[in-house]
Design a protein around this ligand. Structure first.
Ligand code: URA
Ligand code: SF4
Length: 237
């Protein structure tokens, strides 16, 4: 994917008058370190103000796992548990994902797991209340956070990337991505690089948890994950 160049006004402010949050372009790029590996990026991401989602969330949840993983998994955004604990996929969706990976012959501990968006987006129940209700990130927020995801892909250099759900699919394959038509196939990453990774898209584990036909949805997730597992087995060095 060609990184979209944004106006660099946020990088080199020439005026002392800060632009309003709305006027400022949503973009994580100015917060990326110019060099360094994943630890340097993780540290820098902790202070990202690339879009307004950092304002209400507790912390940045950066990717985690094997830094030379052959398989990299991309979710949507941290949930309530992830926001509290600071790690991706440690809540109910993460438990389901670990089990599904196991059943597909993949040990989650050998993978690198991250999200398209690194801050938790939520609303409060109408009429007040403490509960934080997950809200899907919009395209601007996904685009703003893209530089972190692209940095993780560049640094981990996986052979196969699994897109979990529509947000991850769009972040990796473009806005025309649809889970229903694109899932379960080994697709080339539109990076332009010949040795770029393959992408396999599937349902989001939270969608499995919410599905009316939970068993069917889970079986579909497994069958898509097996496509990724098979691709890795075939490319075994
Ligand atoms: N859902 C996601 O997409 N990512 C997480 O890290 C947790 C839940
Ligand atoms: Fe930065 Fe991404 Fe968080 Fe927005 S969601 S503030 S771009 S890390």
């Amino acid at each position: 994917m060609t990184p979209i160049k944004h106006a660099s006004a946020t990088k080199h402010p020439t005026s002392t008058q800060a632009p309003s949050a709305e006027a400022r372009a949503y973009d994580a790029e100015p917060y990326l370190p110019s060099r360094g590996g994943l630890p340097a990026h993780r540290r820098a991401a902790a202070d990202c103000r690339g879009c307004p989602l950092h304002e209400d969330a507790t912390r940045t949840v950066f990717g985690k796992g094997d830094e030379s993983a052959r398989l990299l998994l991309v979710g949507e955004q941290p949930g309530d548990q992830e926001d509290r604990q600071g790690e991706p996929f440690v809540g109910p969706a993460g438990r389901l994902l670990r089990r599904a990976l196991d059943e597909s012959g993949i040990d989650m501990d050998t993978t690198y797991v991250t999200n398209a968006v690194k801050h938790f987006k939520f609303t409060r129940p109408a009429g007040g209340g403490k509960r934080r209700i997950h809200k899907a990130p919009d395209l601007r927020e996904v685009a703003a956070c893209g530089p972190w995801l692209r940095a993780e892909l560049r640094l981990v250099r996986p052979e196969v990337v699994v897109a979990l759900g529509a947000t991850a699919g769009k972040a990796l394959l473009g806005n025309s991505f649809r889970v229903t038509k694109d899932r379960g196939a080994l697709l080339p990453m539109p990076s332009g690089q010949e040795d770029g990774p393959y992408v396999v898209a599937t349902l989001h584990p939270s969608a499995v948890l919410r599905a009316d036909d939970r068993e069917g949805a889970y079986a579909g997730l497994i069958s898509d994950l097996k496509v990724a597992a098979q691709a890795l087995a075939e490319r075994e060095p």
